[in-house]
Design a protein around this ligand. Structure first.
Ligand SMILES: Nc1ncnc2c1ncn2[C@@H]1O[C@H](COP(=O)(O)OP(=O)(O)OP(=O)(O)O)[C@@H](O)[C@H]1O
Ligand SMILES: [Mg+2]
Length: 371
């Protein structure tokens, strides 16, 4: 997939922005606050209908305006042109158009424009809590498997409804496991089964890619892997029965806490460095290299599964890695995939003799006050 042009209206600091990218390496540079990350964020919106930064969609609208719009023109590996347009307005919410047709379900766009985002914020994958790592695997699966995406969305929806019901029961002092809850639980059990099955399959095959990439990217003589500690820790054959029993057995406790305390929404994912959890032993640099390896592996893994090249969005790469690693990654990724990299310091490329011509680089200088 290649992004040819991007147009932005009232998107953060942009009133109107128009960019034409090349198919290889694009370097976006400018001082702090000039709109570099915002550009990558807009592309991420087109791919996954949301930002990779914290906050709501409304936060993205330029001051005092009522809406924002993003238009992207892409060409896929079969040379087919694809246009994606995402609009958000304070009154009408979000709409997504694929080749000018509005999608009934916005999430139908997910998987069509595969992107990988690496930004300082994504370091939370190796350093943060279990939710962030679950999201990492969910993001990969959502882009390659529609069945998983639907199961995950429906599962979350029913957990939310169940929790509302639990709170109502607490208020009304009901603690009988009744038909309403049982109906929700039966639906949850089916979706949970799909989630459990797909997660474990994905992690097993993802680890093979990660091992190879980590060997290439780092000089550490360590094995790395993703490990899942499922909340329902049984084989698939017994999964449905065990989950059913647990939901019923924990029902009174769930009412007390007002939330469902069992299920794959509570799975733990660990990143093993050697055979230990990187969160407790990893040095600063080890965290960074592992994150980069995870992201590179995510790219390779998605490509293998959907037969389409991913677009790499590398935000503030120099803040993430030392110069040698940065250059190696840009040379490798930038030759194989369309890559957009942002930096506040373009001179670093020149200082370290990066050959702009050889790697077919297009540069975009964002001046202060640009938009
Ligand atoms: N909703 C909004 N309306 C107007 N301006 C906004 C909005 N949201 C963010 N901004 C501003 O947009 C500018 C661009 O932000 P962005 O994060 O893209 O900068 P950047 O070039 O990546 O900077 P840095 O080098 O510091 O990472 C910032 O000045 C930010 O305060
Ligand atoms: Mg930035």
């Amino acid at each position: 997939m290649k992004l040819k042009t991007l147009k932005l209206n009232y998107f953060r600091n942009y009133d109107n922005g128009f960019f034409e990218f090349n198919d290889n390496l694009n370097i976006i540079y400018g001082d702090n606050g000039t709109g570099k990350t915002t550009l990558l964020e807009a592309i991420h919106f087109l791919s996954l209908t949301k930002s990779f930064r914290a906050g709501s969609d409304a936060d993205v609208i330029k001051n005092k305006q009522d809406y924002f719009q993003i238009f992207g023109q892409f060409t896929n590996s079969k040379k087919k042109e694809i246009s994606v347009n995402l609009n958000y307005s304070r009154h009408e919410g979000k709409k997504v158009f694929l080749n000018k047709n509005e999608l009934k379900k916005k999430t139908d766009i997910i998987g069509k424009i595969p992107v990988i985002i690496l930004s300082p914020g994504t370091q939370k994958i190796t350093e943060g809590g279990p939710l962030i790592r679950r999201n990492f695997i969910d993001r990969i699966l959502a882009q390659i498997n529609k069945e998983y995406l639907i199961a995950l969305m429906e599962y979350k929806k029913y957990i939310y409804q169940r929790n509302i019901l639990l709170n109502k029961y607490r208020e009304k002092r009901i603690n009988k496991y009744d038909k309403y809850i049982e109906t929700i639980d039966e639906i949850l059990i089916d979706y949970a089964y799909t989630i459990q099955r797909k997660r474990s399959e994905c992690i097993e095959s993802f680890n093979l890619v990660l091992k190879e990439v980590f060997k290439k990217t780092s000089h550490f003589n360590k094995e790395v892997s993703v490990k899942i500690n499922p909340n329902i820790n049984v084989d698939l054959e017994n999964f449905k029965n065990v989950f059913r029993e647990k939901l019923a057995a924990k029902f009174e406790k769930d009412i007390l806490f007002g939330r469902t305390g069992t299920g794959p929404h509570l799975d733990h994912l660990l990143l093993l460095f050697g055979d230990r959890d990187i969160r407790f032993i990893g040095s600063h640099g080890e965290h960074k290299i592992l994150l980069v390896s995870l992201k590179m592996s995510e790219g390779i893994y998605i490509e293998k599964n959907i037969n389409e090249k991913v677009i790499f969005l590398l935000d503030d790469l120099f803040a993430m890695l030392d110069v040698t690693h940065c250059m190696n990654i840009l040379k490798e990724v930038g030759q194989q995939n369309q890559t957009l990299v942002t930096t506040a310091d373009i001179t670093a490329f020149k200082k370290y003799g990066f050959d702009f011509k050889k790697y077919n680089v297009k540069t975009f200088g964002l001046p202060i006050g640009f938009s």
